[in-house]
Design a protein. Sequence first.
Length: 151
Amino acid sequence: MNTQIKKTTDIPIALSIAKKNPHYFNPPGLKAMEIDLNTGLLMGAYSDDKMVGFINFRELNNQTVELVWMAVDPDFQDQGIGGQLIKKGIELLPKKYLICETKTLSEIDPDPQYARTRNFYFKQGFIPLETINPYPGWGKNNPCQLFVKVL
């Protein structure tokens, strides 16, 4: 499949992709996502001019960027699109950043889908930094694993 990664403003399509992944994105998360997609840098993965995945970054400081949100349409998962989004997304970022961080559910929670997510980040060169439990804003029983990648 020929997938093109490019900057985009297709926020409604990105949100529709996220809604197809309800295990990862609940209603409060989708509300937060909509705000972040409007203020951060959004990039889409396009196959035949159709967005099939997205990644969203925001600057934390002059040297650090956060991968805030990412999703791939379930019909297009397990085809390497997530890895392409991270690789090309980082390439399209300003060169001033030294670190990219992201957060996901910690291994303290045995959820197998999030174990898959953590494994995906390992394969993309992210390393676990710390677990924060409870993480502010995530609620009870939702431990946060912070990952970082040197750029």
